[in-house]
Design a binder for this molecule. Structure first.
Ligand code: UFG
Length: 323
């Protein structure tokens, strides 16, 4: 298929683009390089530099790429930043996303795969979180993604735009070529591996007084390649749907740091800090729906295997993409 990957120079988008190219699809990447990196662009993809604020730029990209489907990864995606700057999240994730949808309707592109998040749920009443769980986000990031899912429902009903929304839990790990490099790194695994690389003196643990067995937050870490494979399956979904995407395993912050010590063989110092605003204590996915309906199965089940892939990439590219 011909696919426009919006945000394809970022962490998740670059690896999805790589996998799509490996499978013989024709890919164009649209990215403003504000979070993405030029060297995260797969050389087999056509690159169109542009911003979702600019409707004309999107129209031109669609005219150039003539896609049959769009994958939309371009968003602001940090919980803590969204608590300080909600406007950025509502603008980038809702208004700019609407520009993309309107351009798709005008160009008669009829299918979108959307990067959603477990942050739409907020603190769950029960675990694991399936698609029937109530959506009560506790941060503007989750709220912005939830609003966009609702918009997608109406565009589907009114314009027949088919969508699959994938609610990622915690994306982690790397492929051989592409990995996680944010200009300001806030994520637990890369921050911990930077300590192992000697680039940081210690990793901070945000909150040790949660009601969890070891007092730190629990997350469901899913390998980025498994996540990318779900996007490819989503292209063949028979109808518009919402799917949760995780491995169903829960690891605390301390578990992750212990696994990083084991995988890297390095002593990793920690410093305990207060809770980070907007963090729910436990998020674990039920992915039964996507397994049953689309036949998705994660290949990386263990946290060690996920961290090993990240560690290989960080050792190969200690300065990330270098920009
Ligand atoms: N954490 C630390 N130290 C760090 C970084 C993170 O203790 O240096 C903690 C966080 O407080 C959190 C856990 O590790 O409890 C995981 O934090 P990340 O920043 O790695 O990931 P988040 O769970 O905050 O974010 C991820 C995705 C978001 C998504 C969110 C849902 O990146 O897009 O899950 O909560 F919205």
């Amino acid at each position: 298929m011909k696919i426009l990957v919006v945000g394809g120079a970022g962490y998740i988008g670059s690896i999805c683009a790589e996998l799509l190219l490996d499978q013989g699809h024709e890919i164009a990447v649209f990215d403003n390089l504000c979070e993405g990196h030029r060297s995260a662009l797969d050389p087999r993809a056509r690159f169109i530099e542009g911003d979702l604020q600019d409707r004309q730029a999107i129209d031109s990209a669609l005219a150039l790429a003539q896609p049959e489907a769009v994958m939309h990864f371009a968003a602001s995606a940090l919980v803590s930043e969204s608590m300080r700057d909600p406007s950025k999240y509502f603008r980038n994730n809702i208004s700019n996303g609407l520009n993309l949808l309107d351009a798709m309707v005008a160009a008669r592109v009829q299918q979108i795969v959307f990067s959603s998040t477990c942050a739409i749920f907020g603190p769950p009443e029960r675990l694991p979180i399936d698609e029937t769980a109530p959506t009560r986000p506790i941060n503007p990031y989750g709220e912005s993604k939830l609003a966009f899912e609702k918009i997608l429902r109406w565009y589907n009903e009114i314009y027949g735009l088919k969508f699959v929304s994938l609610r990622y839990f915690n994306a982690a790990g790397a492929s051989a070529n592409f990995g996680e490099d944010h200009r300001v790194e806030t994520h637990l695994i890369p921050n911990t591996l930077k300590v192992a690389l000697g680039q940081k003196p210690h990793v901070e643990i945000f909150g040790t007084d949660y009601e969890t067995p070891d007092g730190t937050c629990i997350r469901d870490y899913i390998h980025i390649v498994d996540l990318a494979r779900a996007h490819i399956l989503a292209l063949g979904a028979p109808r518009s749907e919402l799917y949760n995407l995780g491995t169903g395993g829960g690891a605390s912050v301390r578990d992750v740091i212990a696994a990083c010590r084991k995988v890297t063989g390095k002593k990793i110092d920690t410093v305990e800090r207060p809770r980070r605003p907007g963090d729910p204590p436990r998020l674990i996915a039920s992915s039964d729906k996507i397994k049953n309906e689309l036949g998705w199965q994660p290949q990386f089940q263990s946290l060690d295997a996920i961290i090993e892939s990240a560690w290989k990439w960080h050792q190969k590219f200690p300065n990330g993409y270098g920009d």
